[in-house]
Design a protein around this ligand. Structure first.
Ligand SMILES: [Zn+2]
Length: 309
């Protein structure tokens, strides 16, 4: 059974607090282990979670504000210190390439790890992975920002009783699955007749943005949505002015987009009690709700039940 889960490294926006480290998240998705937005202290937070530098296969940065990227120097140097043997892909807004270059070589170190740097050049850019597609969408923030989502293609699940009814067994099942049809005594049986669609899973990561089309594009039918809710509705005007979301907005996006499990994070240090984020979100969203805490693990929910043909 493949593992798909989110590991939370930190949940504070702008400035860390006693209880919250700067941002940072790891997504385990089968053979991919993706580090998102490593803020300061991410290297040590990783240690607490048991995710090692060698586990990492990819790093995605949404934008170059400090709370989303100042963990890059330490993390990148750690890849070399641990002599990570595989290339680690790195994605970030192309407009921030100078920042990335400086962070990558922020201090002297013996560089052995290989980074496969592939900046995001445009809205909708897609990167093919072994178990899905990583897509970047432009967000609305004072600096160039992209959110990401991971899409697993839909599959299909063969129905044993239908196969049996047609007398299809053994290698013929594989052939039907592969080619989409099978000719039996002059009659063609199609894959659709003996299977149901198995919806692919979706993960979305939305950081630092005002409400915009990109937010909805990323959140659409996400099984697990990680989304910033820096502010509460009481600060809605300020949130809009500085390019951030409120918990209420994030929850409404989730409800309108058919999200199954909603993870709110990136909290302003002005709020002492995170229960207020839950209370506000609950007014709009009745699916699974998680108020992210440092070092928590959140599972990608089990697949949706396959739809009838
Ligand atoms: Zn920002």
């Amino acid at each position: 059974m493949s593992m798909r889960e989110l590991v939370v490294l930190g949940t504070a926006s702008q400035a860390p607090t006693r209880a919250r480290n700067h941002n940072g998240y790891v997504l385990r998705w089968d053979d991919e282990v993706i580090l998102f937005d490593p803020g300061e202290g991410s290297q040590r937070q990783l240690l607490h979670t048991g995710v090692t530098a060698t586990d990492l296969t990819r790093i995605c940065v949404t934008h170059f504000h400090g709370d989303h990227c100042l963990g890059l120097p330490g993390t990148i140097q750690r890849l070399s210190l641990d002599r990570v043997p595989h290339p680690v892909a790195v994605h970030f807004p192309a407009g921030g390439a100078d920042y990335f270059a400086r962070l990558r070589h922020a201090s002297s170190f013996h560089e052995t790890a290989e980074l496969a740097v592939e900046p995001i050049e445009a809205d909708g850019q897609r990167i093919e992975l072994r178990h899905g597609t990583l897509e970047a969408r432009r967000l609305r923030h004072p600096v160039e920002t992209y959110g990401y989502r991971l899409l697993e293609p839909d599959g299909c699940r063969m129905l044993p009783e239908r196969l049996a009814a047609y007398g299809i067994a053994g290698p013929a099942v594989g052939e039907l699955h592969r080619t989409g049809h099978l000719d039996l005594d002059g009659r063609r049986v199609t894959r659709d007749e003996v299977s149901v669609r198995r919806p692919g899973q979706r993960f979305a990561f939305v950081m630092d943005t005002g409400l915009c089309d990109g937010v909805y594009a990323l959140a659409e039918h996400a099984d697990l949505l990680v989304i910033e809710s820096t502010f509460l509705e009481s600060e809605a005007a300020l949130a809009a002015e500085v390019g951030h979301l409120t918990a209420g907005q994030a929850a409404r996006v989730a409800a309108e987009s058919g999200v199954r499990r909603l993870v709110l994070t990136h909290f302003s240090q002005r709020y002492a009690d995170s229960v207020r984020f839950a209370d506000e979100a609950r007014r709009h969203f009745d699916g699974d709700l998680v108020i992210a805490e440092d070092l928590a693990t959140v599972q990608v929910p089990p697949r949706r039940v396959p739809s009838a043909e």
